[in-house]
Design a protein around this ligand. Structure first.
Ligand code: HEM
Length: 429
């Protein structure tokens, strides 16, 4: 034990008691001064030097309770610091290199010489400093941890996340038709579309698709691509939950690909594997109108909202190795438009002759496709009404899609904020 080594080299119990008696006021004083100094450093410097200063002292402090508390705080601090933060390596190297040197030299002095009276008080001073430093470090790091916990992200912080998603979408064009946007939108929809209004289970609050079995559900095939795309952004902004990130990224995908503004608000919490939803809650493209209604009514949508939402098939494509279906719905799969509805109404759609699940292809070019559930939207009278409205008027589609999509992303989320607190994240220029 360091204190013992420093103070009790001669094993004199009486002297130890005496020294301990006089040492506490000094320790207390040093503790206060050091804490103040650390507080000042923390608030007036950019937090780079403080850990270098305090870590050596508390890591090797032999006041075991304090040291372990300090280490806990330190670990929590390191955990709460982004892996990419330039601060993290500094904190780490300070923890593991500087302390040993500082401590080694002081210990060497005492291992070769018998402690004298004067040196003992010198030791006392060191011990006091170590204790005070350790305590200071504890409060410094506790403070850092507390402030990370108390960090309340503002709209500008979510905008920074949005900008990062938008930048990554713009940079990484070597995928599918040139954008990860469609598959990210599909991730946001599948994370939300598991909601069951009767039981209040499922929905975007939880991001349980991170776990098997939900990640392995047939309907979610291919969505690992989208989850992996967003992981570096989650690492860069560790304060955002996966649930908020996935929905925000869905909003970014729509807006960045030319779709309507989607008001959004944060407040979702991630849940663990126990909250995974059972397989079968998402729609099956090979079915018809009855199945579509079953699935979407379970979430609380009406016919008009159902049709508006499926208009998202203007984006992206089906992949034979994911769903079994194959091909894009229109000629501009990376631009959000009402083309899906226009083509549904204006094109002739025939069953595709191929060795795959039933799907439809356009008579004109035989390069586009529709799912049986898409065709159901023009076979069913109630649905068709809305298909025709949207085919005619892009603005009406944009408005009604936006409203329905906001609702989809918020199903089952116990927000503390009000609907009026939603904000529109600014799309990139
Ligand atoms: C009856 C309802 C729906 C059915 C049966 C359905 C089915 C499908 C299927 C089978 C795929 C192809 C997946 C693949 O092979 O990669 C797909 C893709 C897609 N779906 Fe849906 N979907 C429905 C509703 C929706 C809704 C409500 C949205 C969004 C609001 C949406 C957005 C998308 C997008 C953006 C893609 C393209 C993904 C990509 O390019 O990777 N879908 N959908």
């Amino acid at each position: 034990m360091m204190f013992d080594g420093l103070l009790l080299g001669d094993g004199c119990v009486y002297l130890r008691r005496l020294l301990l008696l006089f040492c506490w006021p000094l320790v207390l004083l040093l503790f206060c001064v050091t804490s103040c100094l650390l507080w000042l450093i923390r608030h007036f410097s950019s937090c780079v030097f403080a850990p270098l200063f305090v870590s050596p002292l508390f890591i090797h402090s032999s006041a075991s309770t304090m040291a372990s508390a300090a280490r806990t705080a330190s670990r929590a601090f390191l955990r709460s610091t982004p892996a990419t933060s330039s601060f993290r390596p500094a904190a780490r190297s300070a923890r593991f290199t500087l302390p040993s040197q500082a401590f080694r030299s002081s210990r060497r002095g005492y291992s070769t010489e018998a402690p004298e009276q004067g040196k003992s008080s010198n030791g006392l001073l060191w011990a006091g400093l170590a204790a005070a430093g350790g305590a200071g470090a504890y409060f410094y790091l506790k403070g850092g941890d507390a402030s990370a916990k108390n960090f309340v992200p503002q709209q500008k912080d979510y905008q920074a996340v949005y900008d990062e998603v938008a930048r990554k979408l713009a940079d990484e064009t070597d995928y599918d038709d040139g954008s990860y946007g469609p598959v990210i939108l599909r991730l946001a929809w599948h994370a939300s579309g598991t909601y069951d209004k009767e039981t209040g289970t499922g929905g975007s609050n939880g991001a349980t698709m991170r776990f098997a079995p939900e990640s392995d559900h047939g309907a979610n095939a291919g969505l690992k691509v989208a989850r992996d795309f967003l992981e570096p952004i989650k690492a860069k902004f560790p304060w955002i939950t996966h649930s908020d990130l996935w929905t925000l990224a869905g909003v970014a995908a729509i807006q960045e690909l030319g779709g309507p503004a989607i008001p959004w608000r944060p407040g979702r919490q991630d849940k663990d594997v126990a909250a995974c939803t059972p397989d079968g809650r998402l729609p099956d493209g090979s079915k018809s109108h009855g199945h579509i209604r079953d699935v979407f009514y379970r979430m609380g949508f009406n016919d008009q909202e159902i049709v508006a939402l499926i208009g998202a098939h203007a984006l992206g494509r089906a992949h034979a190795d994911r769903s079994g279906f194959d091909g894009p719905w229109d000629f501009s799969p990376t631009v959000f438009t009402n083309e899906f509805f226009r083509l549904l109404v204006e094109e002739s759609w025939n069953k595709k002759k191929w060795n795959g699940p039933e799907q439809f292809t356009d008579k004109s070019t035989q390069t586009l496709m529709m799912l049986p559930t898409d065709i159901a939207l023009v076979k069913d009278k109630e649905f068709k009404k809305h298909v025709e409205r949207y085919a005619k008027d892009n603005d009406v589609f944009f408005k009604e899609f936006s409203d329905a999509f906001v609702k989809l992303l918020e199903l089952g989320v116990p927000f503390a904020s009000k609907a009026e607190d939603r904000f529109v994240l600014k799309a990139s220029e």
